[in-house]
Design a protein around this ligand. Structure first.
Ligand code: FAD
Ligand code: NAD
Length: 471
């Protein structure tokens, strides 16, 4: 029976990164994963690579390119006529990016001497100092340490069970072979907005039905307001405060719902995407039989170092508390590997940036204005619009702003909120600033290249002290 220092269960961004880091630190490591691709072949990378972050960004890019050509190029004096798109080619491009990266992880495992195992894994109990891990259709393995990184799966709605054809989850919404004429989405969260944007850009009539009365509640209120305005203007029909009454799946999907005023409504769609959050993957893990503690939401309970209640068993990523994000999962994976190797790993959940890859993009890190108000923290805010930035004007990307929130007394940056082009890239200097407890003055005294979108960050930092230069 094979024996390892560490067995990692799950090869998503939490698990495969943890496995590589363990191996780099000299620990004998195996990573067991049960994902199979559409061809029934093992495919590393978990949700993120197979049906999440990467394929969604591939389609966002393709569809945005199409929209740029058809909507924006005329302003540059570029006349494009007869422009067409080919959904099959877009999907093939997306699939090629995914399979290249999947193979890339297998190569990284080889290079780092991580043993790759395929199958569903289960904790079987202890044998002295070692954990026994059973793998369906494979041998049992043993390990000193176990890292659980089993991720999450889409939450189903009892009224609208997935059939994989008309009522689909994120996987289905990343693979429509043609553009649905009428696309309904239940849940105006991150998946709903990103994938809704993809298909709207390609011509679908997209309606989002959201239960909460507030739009993107995790974002800064002012950003969310600007986003709602921008997305509505683009043609996304977004209904908030909605209650789904019933869904009929036939030749079309008929959704009976009540609007925020309680008025009965009906929506007929060719496809329905249900994107109402995700549930942690703990079924079949053997949690109950080995006494692994779960929290009230069904996630594996962990401390700040991702230690579970069981000795030498850790859990990271979507299967534990905190935002369900790939970079958070990876960072926790690295932390745990370093702790197992006797080093001092840490992962600060306050420094996890959140991003929506819509157009405009939305990105934030740290506290929102509403959180600071609720906590009674005195702060100063500095804001600068994309419209007043030369690079943004040249790009034709003038929607949005950067807002920096700094402690009123210490000037320490507490939160940064961006809506606008390349927010996903701009946010990184804010993450760095928060990680090093920088003040808004530190950012304001840093030289920013001209002309660049990063100057908007600079001006917002200056604006905290009411000394923005270009507005
Ligand atoms: P996962 O990636 O879910 O991987 C878990 C792996 O474990 C899977 O391969 C699973 O099959 C396997 N597994 C489960 N149980 C077992 C078992 N018992 N035995 C063996 N293997 C098992 N996040 C971002 O940060 N940025 C984005 O842009 C982004 N876009 C997204 C877009 C979509 C459409 C979706 C659905 C998600 C997106 N996410 C994004 C979220 C991101 O995908 C997840 O946060 C991330 O994948 C979590 O990583 P993980 O390693 O915890 O789990
Ligand atoms: P989400 O939590 O972002 O959004 C789900 C939405 O569905 C919420 O707004 C919720 O109020 C709504 N909802 C729940 N029940 C409902 C009901 N019965 N009727 C109508 N609305 C209902 O979750 P998601 O969009 O499914 O995404 C899942 C996870 O994947 C998220 O946690 C996110 O972090 C991650 N993700 C991240 C990215 C990114 O980082 N860019 C992209 C996609 C997904």
């Amino acid at each position: 029976m094979a024996e390892f220092d560490v067995v990692v269960i799950g090869a998503g961004p939490g698990g495969y990164v943890a496995a590589i880091r363990c191996a780099q630190l000299g620990l004998s490591t195996a990573c067991v994963d049960d994902w199979k691709n559409a061809q029934g072949k093992p495919s590393l990378g978990g949700t993120c690579l197979n049906v999440g972050c990467i394929p969604s960004k591939a389609l966002l890019e393709s569809s945005e390119n199409y929209e740029r050509v058809t909507r924006d190029f005329a302003a540059h004096g570029i006349v494009a006529s007869g422009v067409q798109f080919d959904v099959a080619k877009m999907l093939a491009r997306k699939d090629k990016i995914v399979s290249d990266f999947t193979l890339g992880i297998a190569q990284l495992f080889k290079k780092n001497k991580v043993t790759q195992l395929h199958g569903r894994a289960q904790l079987m109990g202890r044998d002295g100092e070692l954990w026994r891990i059973g793998i369906v259709n494979d041998e049992e393995v043993r390990a000193q340490h176990v890292i659980i990184a089993t991720g999450s799966t889409p939450r189903a709605l009892p009224q609208a069970p997935f059939d994989g054809v008309r009522i689909v989850d994120n996987s289905g919404a990343l693979s429509f072979s043609e553009v649905p004429r009428r696309l309904a989405i239940i849940g105006a969260g991150v998946i709903g907005l990103e994938l809704g944007s993809v298909w709207r850009r390609l011509g679908a009539e997209v309606t989002l039905l959201e239960a909460l009365p507030v739009f993107i509640p995790t974002a800064d209120e002012q950003v969310a307001k600007e986003a709602l305005r921008a997305f509505t203007k683009q043609g996304l029909k977004i209904h908030l405060g909605v209650q789904i009454e019933g869904v009929k799946n036939g030749d079309a999907v008929n959704i009976a719902w009540r609007d925020a005023q309680g008025v009965a409504q009906e929506l007929v769609a060719d496809k329905l995407v249900v994107a109402v959050g995700r549930v942690p993957n703990t079924q079949g893990l053997g949690a109950e039989s080995v006494g692994l503690k779960l929290d009230a939401a069904g996630r594996i309970e962990v401390d700040e170092h991702c230690r579970t209640n069981l000795q030498n068993v850790y859990a990271v990523g979507d299967v534990v508390r905190g935002p369900m994000l790939a970079h958070k999962a990876s960072e926790e994976g690295v932390m745990v590997a370093e702790l197992i190797a006797g080093q001092a790993g840490h992962c600060d959940l306050n420094l996890v940036p959140g991003i929506l890859y819509t157009s405009p993009e939305i990105a934030w890190v740290g506290k929102t204005e509403q959180q600071l108000k609720a906590a009674g923290v005195a702060y100063r805010a500095g804001q600068f619009p994309f419209m007043a930035n030369g690079r943004a004007r040249a790009l034709g990307e003038t929607t949005g702003f950067v807002k920096i929130l700094a402690d009123a007394k210490t000037d320490c940056i507490l939160g940064v909120h961006i809506i606008g082009a390349m927010a996903s890239e701009l946010i990184q200097q804010a993450v760095l600033a928060l990680a090093f407890s920088a003040s808004s003055e530190d950012l304001a005294r840093t030289i920013h290249a001209h002309p660049s979108l990063s100057e908007i960050m600079h001006e917002a930092a200056l604006a905290v002290d009411k000394r923005a230069l270009h507005i």
